[in-house]
Design a protein. Structure first.
Length: 145
């Protein structure tokens, strides 16, 4: 396999495109690998739909581990999206930023749900000071920190 895979980088040292091997990687038994690159994949195009309204944030804590978000993961957050029930959102709750799953009940009330049973959900009442800051569209999990 080619160990010198070219990565295109722009003037600001940002990834422009990264080689994309179309072969699926087996998470079970090993399978033969292809010796060539099919295409290039632009990570910005893959992860960001609305460039002017998208931000990267680093997650802290373990309240969202069952949603696949770990401490230190990088979150892609789009502020232009309208939050819907079941979306992962960045919320400003009582002056603090938090990431939780927004659950809107049939009666119109809402919960900011933790995805870890060790953490409490946040019940939203009509008197709760809450702002949905953005919708999480992707999480970048890093194994090497």
């Amino acid at each position: 396999m080619n160990k010198n895979i070219p990565v295109k980088i722009d003037k600001e040292n940002n990834f422009k495109s990264v080689p994309y091997i179309l072969s699926k990687i087996s998470a079970g038994f090993p399978s033969p690998a292809d010796d060539y690159i099919e295409n290039n994949l632009n990570l910005s195009e893959l992860l960001i739909k609305n460039h002017l309204s998208t931000f990267l944030m680093r997650a802290s804590g373990d309240s969202m581990v069952n949603a696949g978000i770990n401490d230190g993961d990088i979150l892609v957050v789009d502020r232009s999206l309208e939050a819907k029930s079941r979306d992962l959102v960045i919320a400003i709750f009582e002056g603090n930023l938090t990431i939780k799953r927004l659950v809107i009940k049939t009666d119109g009330s809402a919960i900011l749900k933790a995805e870890n049973p060790l953490h409490k959900n946040i019940l939203i009442s009509e008197y709760t000071e809450l702002e949905i800051w953005g919708v999480v569209t992707s999480a970048i999990h890093q194994f090497i920190k």
